[in-house]
Structure formats: C-alpha cells, structure tokens
Design a protein around this ligand. Structure first.
Ligand code: GLV
Length: 329
C-alpha cells in the first residue's frame, strides 16, 4: 500500500517536525541539508517523482523538468520563485506553490533593522569598538543619519513593502512609494504618495526594495538609478540581489554617489568572501536572512507542505505562483 503513495523529492533535510503533515500522505526522498544543486540521489528519481519540494537555492529549469515528466506540483519554500522557470512549468501544466504572507513581518523587521543599522553605522561602530579604535567619546565619531522627518522610498508596495511602511511610520519617516498599481491602502494609512521611480530616487533619503525579481526588475537599480539618488541616501535591499547591479553599486559606494547600502541579498549569492563589496565600510551585508526566524521558517515549511499536498491531490494550490496554469485548455 505504502509504495502506492505519491513520490515527493524534498531537496533539503529540514528540522524535525517541519514536514510532519506529509507523513502518511506521500513517500519522500530527502536531499542533504545544505544542497545548492539537486542532489544526485534525488536526480536519479526524477523520472518517478510526482512532487518536488524545493528551496530557493535550487534552480528548477527545463533540464530538470524534462527528466520529471510525471510532476503534478512543485512547491517552493519561499515567496520568491525566480529560481524556477515558471513559464516552462505552466506550459507543462505544473502548478508552482510559494509562501507569501507568512514571511511578511519577519522580512519587514529585517529591512527596518538594516535601515537603522546603516543609518547609525552600527557595523563600523561595532567593528571599531572591538578593534581598539574606541579611544574616547568623540563629538564627531561615527555620525549617522536621523530618521525623524526623513523620506523613505519604498519600491514595491506589496505585503512586505506595506509592513515596512507601518514600521517606518513609528520612526517618523515620511513615506513615498513606487508600484505598478497604486496602493490606496498605503495612501490612506501612511499618507504615502505614489511617485515615478525617478522621482522616488531623487526625493528619498532611504530607499528600500520590495519587488520580485522578474525580467522587468533585473538591474532596476543600476548606474542611472544610483546617480539619481541623493549623496546622503541609503539603499536597503531585502528583495533579490539581481534587482541591483552589483558593479554599479560598488562604484556608487566607492565614489560617494550614495552614502551607504545595507544588503540582505546580493548578486551573486552567496557573495564570495573576496568580493570587493565586503571591503566597503559603507556596505552592510547579511546572508539572505530576511525570513530567518524559527516561527517564520516553520510556517513557510508548513505552507509549502499544504501547497504540495493540494497539488498531489490535483486540487488548486492556495498559494500558486503561476495561477494561469489553471486556465490552460
Ligand atoms: C526569501 O527570500 C523568499 O523568497 O522566501
């Protein structure tokens, strides 16, 4: 009986309990904890797989899809799905699940933490204190930027952008935003006006990015955008690294087109240890930890299980990244 259950490939070993809802509902083959590509032992079973449960570090492309002709569902334990060739999945009738909603607050907390840390130069101050450079209380030591009355430009006023605006209002920031569709809620709740990207970049003291990575947003913040920003401006990125052009950002930080950047995501990822961005004292880098709280990650895992089980049962996924898959003839 048990071998009639659908077969699911889970790309990574996850903590105990996170996949509990799969027990008795499918057979699983589970990959190693820190896999960055699909493990060979999983690859070998692609041809029999009914479901794929994956993380954002695994690229799911035509090559994998070709080898897995029976897939009923792919479930990504992430809100972003730029690691998956969505169009190829849609063409093959495979729904792709993702996990919006459950990581909104955690990611917004981190964006705010990065903004504050960059504004008050916490990384440099901490480094200097630990390395004997704290000689005295200096009136001009480690001076940073005020939040009260400054302007925060939010690029992408979706769930996470809105949660950042909510937090930022508490610090007295004025909010402006850019989005392809005006967000009336944000306008009435935060008095936020919708600006063109150019105007937002020109006006903002802080710019926080909250757009998915798509063909349109790749390289959105490159030389042209960075040169529009104020010399005192701080760029915060908790979305996807490739929304920013890394080489242009490095130049902007070196040459003072902007004051600082705080990045939770980079391009490439991980950023290699010898990368020159790490040498920039005005660049704070964290290793893609926007959703890294125990509660958030567990809820992401559970939501990904729900999507997976719905797909295996050939029901519509509650959180589907390619809903057009259901309107194919
Ligand atoms: C994290 O980056 C996610 O997309 O969930």
């Amino acid at each position: 009986m048990a071998n009639q259950l659908p077969l699911v490939l889970v790309t990574h070993t996850l903590p105990d309990g996170w996949l509990d809802s799969l027990h008795g509902r499918c057979r699983t083959i589970i990959g190693p904890k820190d896999a960055t590509v699909l493990a060979p032992e999983l690859k070998a079973h692609l041809s029999q797989a009914d479901g794929l449960y994956t993380l954002l570090t695994i690229r799911v492309d035509e090559d994998i899809l070709d080898k897995a002709p029976n897939l009923l569902v792919i479930s990504n334990m992430a809100v972003g799905v730029d690691n998956i060739d969505l169009q190829a999945c849609t063409r093959r009738g495979i729904p792709v699940g993702h996990t919006p909603g459950v990581l909104t607050e955690g990611t917004a907390d981190l964006a705010m933490a990065l903004l504050l840390a960059a504004a008050r130069r916490l990384d440099e101050a901490n480094h200097d204190a630990r390395h004997g450079l704290w000689k005295t209380w200096s009136p001009t030591g480690w001076l940073g930027a005020d939040l009260l009355g400054a302007t925060l430009g939010i690029v992408g006023m979706g769930k996470i952008g809105t949660a950042v605006a909510e937090r930022a209002r508490g610090f007295g920031l004025r909010i402006v935003y850019n989005d392809s569709c005006p967000n009336q809620g944000a306008e009435s709740r935060f008095g936020a006006s919708c600006l063109s990207l150019e105007d937002l970049l020109i006006e903002s003291d802080f710019v926080s990015l909250h757009v998915p990575l798509t063909g349109k947003t790749r390289g959105l913040i490159g030389e042209k955008a960075l040169r529009l920003m104020k010399p005192n401006a701080i760029l915060v990125n908790t979305s996807r690294g490739a929304v920013v052009n890394t080489a242009d950002l490095l130049l902007a930080l070196r040459e003072g087109w902007i004051a600082a950047a705080a990045l939770d995501v980079t391009d490439p990822e991980p950023l290699p240890p010898e990368h020159p961005l790490y040498k920039q004292p005005n660049c704070l880098i964290t290793p893609h930890i926007g959703s890294a709280t125990w509660n958030t990650r567990r809820r992401m895992a559970e939501r990904a299980c729900e999507n997976l089980l719905a797909g295996l049962a050939e029901e519509c996924l509650s959180f589907c990244a390619n809903p057009e898959v259901y309107s194919r003839e």
